[in-house]
Design a protein around this ligand. Structure first.
Ligand code: GRG
Length: 314
C-alpha cells in the first residue's frame, strides 16, 4: 500500500487527533446538563447514559472523513462540525444498540463497560434512541443553507435506516442463523456477506464522505468519484474488522475479539478465508485511493485514511 503523492502519515494522524478533540468538545456541549429553551427537562439518567455512549473514546473516523472531504472544497472544520457531530451521534447510537444483550451482547466497548452494563438495558435502548434523534436535531438546526441541510438529512437518513445500517444489521442477524437454521438457509455466500457489510458498515462511512461533498457543493462528477472512494473505504474498513477479530488482542481493540466464528457471524474471513480476506482488504484500499485520481495533493489526507482503514490495529 504505497502512493507516491502521499504526505507522511503523521499529517493524517495529526488531523485525525484534531478532529477527535473537536468532536469530543462538540458532543460534550450538546450533551451538557444545561436545559435548552425548547426543552422541558433533560432526564439525568438518560443524559448520563448518552454521554457514556458518546464521549471519551472512539477514533472519530466518520467525522474525520466528512471534515476532510468538505475541506477539499474550502469548507472549514468549524462549518462542517454540526454534520460531523450528527454522523458521530448516529455511529455511537449504533454501537450502544449493537452491544445490547439481544444483539451482540458485549460487556466492553472502547475499553469501558458497555452502556447496558454501566446502566441497564432499558436505559441503553433509550440512550441509543436519544443519540439517534439528537443527530437529526443537530443536522436540521445547523446554519447551512436549507437545500444543503435537506440534502444532508436525506443522505444521513438513507445511510442509517432500512436500506443502510439498520437493514444491514438485520441481514447480519439473519445470516447468523437466528431466524432459520444455517442448515436450512445455507451458508452465507461471499456476495451476501459483501452486501450486508456494505449496508451495515459501509453505508455510514460512505455517507460521511458524501456529506462532506454535499457541504462543499461538489459537482456531480466529483460527488461520484467521492462516493466510489467512500464505498471502497467502507468495505475495506469492515473487512479489516473481520481480519482484526481473528488477529488482534482485546486489549488493543478495547472490546472482545475472536467472537465472530463462535457467534456464527457472516464475515468475509468465514466466507473466503483469512488470506483472501486480507488480499481483498488491501485491494479495496487501492481502489479507494484510485477513485481520488481527479483530486490533487489536497486529497492526500483522504488517501492516508484509506491506508489507515486497511492497516489499522484497532
Ligand atoms: C444496532 C442499528 C444497529 C446497527 C449496528 C455499526 C453496527 C451496526 C454494528 C457494529 C458492529 C461492528 C463492530 C462492525 C465492525 C465495523 C465497525 C462499525 C466498527 C466500529 O467502528 P469504529 O472502529 O469504532 O469506527 P470507534 O470506537 O473507533 O468509534
Amino acid at each position: 500500500m504505497s502512493d507516491s503523492t502521499s504526505r507522511p502519515d503523521s499529517s493524517f494522524a495529526a488531523r485525525l487527533a484534531e478532529t477527535a478533540s473537536s468532536i469530543e468538545t462538540a458532543l460534550a456541549n450538546l450533551l451538557d446538563d444545561r436545559q435548552r429553551d425548547h426543552e422541558i427537562a433533560r432526564p439525568a439518567r438518560l443524559l448520563a447514559a448518552m454521554r457514556h455512549g458518546a464521549l471519551g473514546g472512539g477514533k472519530r473516523l466518520r467525522p474525520f472523513l466528512l471534515t476532510e472531504t468538505a475541506r477539499l472544497f474550502g469548507v472549514s472544520p468549524a462549518e462542517a462540525m454540526p454534520a460531523a457531530s450528527a454522523i458521530e451521534l448516529i455511529h455511537c447510537y449504533s454501537l450502544v444498540h449493537d452491544d445490547l444483550p439481544s444483539m451482540d451482547n458485549d460487556d466492553l466497548r472502547r475499553g469501558q463497560p458497555t452502556v447496558h452494563k454501566a446502566f441497564d438495558e432499558a436505559t441503553a435502548i433509550l440512550a441509543g434512541d436519544g443519540l439517534l434523534t439528537l443527530a437529526f436535531e443537530v443536522l436540521a438546526g445547523s446554519a447551512a443553507k436549507a437545500a444543503i441541510r435537506a440534502d444532508l438529512v436525506l443522505c444521513l437518513a438513507r445511510a442509517s435506516g432500512l436500506a443502510g445500517m439498520v437493514g444491514g444489521q438485520m441481514l447480519d442477524l439473519d445470516a447468523e442463523g437466528r431466524y432459520a437454521e444455517k442448515a436450512v438457509r445455507g451458508p452465507t455466500s461471499p456476495g451476501e456477506v459483501r452486501r450486508l457489510q456494505a449496508m451495515k458498515t459501509g453505508a455510514l462511512l460512505a455517507a460521511a464522505v458524501e456529506m462532506g461533498a454535499i457541504l462543499g457543493g461538489a459537482s456531480l462528477g466529483q460527488r461520484m468519484s467521492l462516493s466510489t472512494f467512500g464505498q471502497a473505504l467502507g468495505a475495506c474498513f469492515q473487512v479489516a474488522d473481520d481480519v482484526l477479530d481473528v488477529e488482534a488482542s482485546p486489549d488493543i481493540m478495547g472490546k472482545a475479539t475472536a467472537k465472530d466464528a463462535d457467534a456464527n457471524k457472516a464475515t468475509l474471513v468465514a466466507a473466503i478465508g483469512l488470506e483472501a480476506a486480507r488480499a481483498e482488504r488491501d485491494r479495496l484500499a487501492t481502489d479507494a485511493i484510485s477513485a481520488l485520481r481527479r483530486f490533487g495533493p489536497e486529497a492526500d489526507t483522504l488517501r492516508a485514511a484509506a491506508r489507515f482503514a486497511a492497516e489499522r490495529a484497532n
